[in-house]
Design a binder for this molecule. Structure first.
Ligand SMILES: *Cc1c(COP(=O)(O)O)cnc(C)c1O
Length: 465
């Protein structure tokens, strides 16, 4: 078979249904607990934050969930995305391995995030929601949701982590261009924001703090505003599976099947989106593809965190879920992969790791940027620093093949481009970036603040659907 650079699908091949891994989970994903009572939440509780059609998606165990036509219509603006063979990178590495990447950077805002933003805006519109409120770290999620809200005529308030608000003005301007209101979090607009500022007037914010502010605004809006989350939750993982479903078809076009599937993991959504359709094949067809999540050594949720019940946010107001966590009090160091700085991880991704169905590894900042630059010189695309973690792992796998002579097929997800991360690249080229490994004692300390969930073990065995 002639070697091709890219595998493109026709618009008609945009998936018609999302894949819901809840239908095939080999282990139970424990129930979501109320942050106050620590008992399993009712749909009514989640209904304060999310419209009922999204709550129902969160709890369904239907394997295939139909993608509404208006959502597919918008997906057509950039989907199906290309699956590329990194032939020039292979040559540069002098590896017998075949390296493929799914290119999610071609979306209008440059990442995979619109796959769920468009779906969430659609369901909110259907449910009669007028305004959404959310948080954003580096601005990727905020810009995706701002675009989606403008498509469906919804208002949007965004709490943007203060350090990014000042360091990444262009992402803020993208959000404003789409009509969103953007605030530097912590703000004076919420009780929690005020409390943080009283304790530390110079607080630069964190994703956990911004989540707390956004949740507070939605929860106290008397039903007028709904909250939207760009990762972690089950419906988000599900919306992202269009990535992997397309990739399965594209690998078939290429006449190969991956031995290793790799994606970076912050809250887990691009990883789940790319990998879950391959996990499905492992679980139901006896395939043996290795599935690898890659995270920064400075925010080592999967590789150093604990699999336990913890709050989803810093203020302990969001629901408690069982996940790998560094503790909700985790204060991330100022690394440049802003999208990978969350203290927790999607419960489905966490459960699969705990059960041995997937693997996790970490990458240090310098080796990650080295991989990013090498990839860009070979393939021409400057990756998001987040995505570069996946590239690092793919290159390392290919280098092992070079030693062993194995002709493995490696597929990774390029979750986004790095065009708004040039200050990070500049720091790297000027030798100003440093490696930072999150210390074990800091993890131990944070574990002392975990919620004490009564009957945690029996709750963990419950399956609530
Ligand atoms: C947000 C983001 C991530 C991390 O989020 P996940 O939910 O783990 O996918 C990774 N890459 C890019 C480009 C992002 O914008």
């Amino acid at each position: 078979m002639a070697e091709r650079e890219k595998y493109l699908l026709d618009e008609s091949r945009i998936p018609k249904a999302w894949y819901n891994i809840n239908a095939d989970m080999p282990v139970p994903t424990p129930p979501v607990l109320h942050p106050g009572t620590m008992e399993p939440v009712t749909p009514d509780f989640l209904g304060v934050l999310f419209p009922m059609n999204i709550v129902m998606q969160e709890v369904t165990s239907e394997r295939w969930v139909e993608i509404p036509e208006p959502v597919r219509e918008i997906y057509r603006l950039w989907r199906p995305t290309p699956m590329c063979r990194a032939l020039r990178l292979e040559k540069d590495l002098d590896t017998p391995a075949h390296i493929y990447y799914k290119n999610e950077s071609v979306s209008p805002v440059g990442s995979h995030k619109p796959n769920t933003a468009v779906a969430q805006a659609f369901y909110n519109k259907e449910a009669g929601t007028k305004a959404l409120v959310t948080e954003t770290g580096a601005g990727q999620w905020g810009s995706a949701l701002a675009m989606a809200c403008s498509f469906f005529g919804l208002d949007l308030e965004v709490f943007m982590v203060k350090v990014s608000y000042h360091q990444k003005p262009y992402r803020r301007i993208i959000m404003e261009n789409f009509g969103a209101q953007v605030f530097a979090s912590p703000t004076e607009r919420t009780h929690f924001g005020k409390q943080v500022l009283e304790e530390d007037p110079d607080s630069q914010g964190s994703l956990g703090i911004a989540i707390s502010e956004a949740v507070e605004v939605a929860a106290t809006s008397g039903g007028k505003k709904k909250y939207s989350l760009g990762s972690v939750l089950g419906h988000v993982m599900m919306h992202q599976t269009v990535i992997g479903l397309e990739a399965l078809e594209q690998m078939e076009m290429a006449g190969e099947y991956p031995d290793v599937v790799i994606a970076c993991a912050g809250g887990g959504s691009n990883f789940a989106g790319f990998a879950f359709p391959f996990v499905h094949r492992n679980l139901t067809e006896g395939k043996k593809t290795r599935i690898v999540a890659v995270e920064p050594a400075s925010c080592p949720t999967l590789t150093k965190g604990r699999y336990t019940f913890d709050y989803g946010d810093a203020a302990a107001m969001a629901p408690i879920v069982k996940m790998y966590t560094l503790g909700h009090t985790f204060m991330p160091p100022g690394i440049h992969a802003g999208g990978l700085r969350y203290h927790g991880m999607a419960p489905t991704v966490s459960a699969l790791l705990a059960n041995g169905d997937i693997e996790a590894r970490s990458a240090r900042q310098l080796e990650t940027f080295e991989a990013a630059v090498r990839f860009s010189k070979a393939e021409g695309i400057i990756p998001a620093p987040e995505s570069a973690h996946a590239i690092r792992a793919a290159i390392d796998e290919a280098l092992v093949c070079k030693k062993t002579g194995e002709k493995k097929v490696i597929a990774f997800n390029l979750s986004g481009h790095g065009h708004f991360d040039m200050t990070a690249y500049q720091s790297y080229h000027h030798g100003l970036l440093e490696d930072f490994e999150y210390p074990d004692h800091a993890v131990e300390e944070a574990m002392t603040h975990l919620p004490q969930v009564p009957g945690a073990e029996s709750k963990a065995a419950l399956i609530v659907r």
